[in-house]
Design a protein around this ligand. Structure first.
Ligand SMILES: *Cc1c(COP(=O)(O)O)cnc(C)c1O
Length: 221
């Protein structure tokens, strides 16, 4: 099937409260434009340089989401335009995003990444680290005027075991729910980014509001 058909099929199956991020990493601009011409305006990339090259070439009404792990020293390359950073997992990174956003007179939305998978290798915070960051930011609002923490993100273990994946998604959802009392200007958890091509249906059942789908739209990488 074509990129356009893949995209429209997935979109038509989604509940209204679920946002689709089209994950276009490694794919050429011509592929992204096919999705753009079919109406897609949110694209996710995992490398800052590649995302910036695409941003430069493509229409300016696109929202660019950084879904990969972010190195502090590279924030400056996307601060002018990035619309949401999914993988924030340290205070140091939040400080840097705030600093770079300030230079561009912008407010950059961030999701905090929670470690829910069994694998050691996946990035992310545990619940204690999350609470530390949320507390620190709320007690130091003056220092974070150019960021907003708008939700959480997580990746399940890479496995075929649906029960395992479900357990991990529900765990993330419970952390998300436990922080719904935060309603400040800077911390207000509205988005729950979980689910990829292989597991987005399950993720939606478990409460996802934002799915990151690549290969089911653009084909394998
Ligand atoms: C690549 C990637 C996706 C999309 O994966 P697909 O299986 O191609 O849908 C989603 N989230 C993150 C963080 C990724 O790196």
């Amino acid at each position: 099937m074509s990129i356009k058909n893949n995209l429209l099929n997935i979109k038509s199956s989604l509940p209204e409260h679920v946002t689709l991020v089209a994950v276009s990493k490694t794919k050429p601009v011509t592929d992204l434009m096919e999705a753009y011409n079919a109406g897609q305006r949110i694209f996710g990339e995992n490398k800052i340089q590649e995302m910036t090259e695409k941003w430069e070439q493509m229409p300016k009404d696109i929202q660019w989401h950084m879904i990969g792990h972010v190195q502090t020293n590279k924030v400056k390359f996307m601060a002018e335009y990035v619309s949401l950073i999914h993988g924030v997992d340290s205070l140091k990174l939040l400080h840097e995003i705030n600093r770079q956003a300030q230079k561009h007179n912008r407010v950059i939305d961030c999701l905090l990444q929670i470690h829910i998978a069994e694998e050691e290798t996946k990035f992310g915070l545990d619940e204690n680290e999350l609470n530390e960051i949320l507390n620190f930011v709320q007690n130091n609002e003056e220092g974070f005027k150019n960021i907003r923490i708008v939700g959480l993100m997580g990746m399940a273990t890479f496995t075929d075991n649906q029960e395992q994946i479900k357990k991990e998604f529900l765990h993330l959802k419970s952390i998300f729910d436990a922080n719904q009392n935060l309603k400040s200007e800077i911390c207000n958890l509205k988005s729950l980014s979980m689910g990829m091509s292989g597991d987005y249906k399950l993720a939606i059942e478990c409460g996802s509001t934002m799915i990151r789908v690549g290969s089911s739209i653009f084909g394998g990488r």
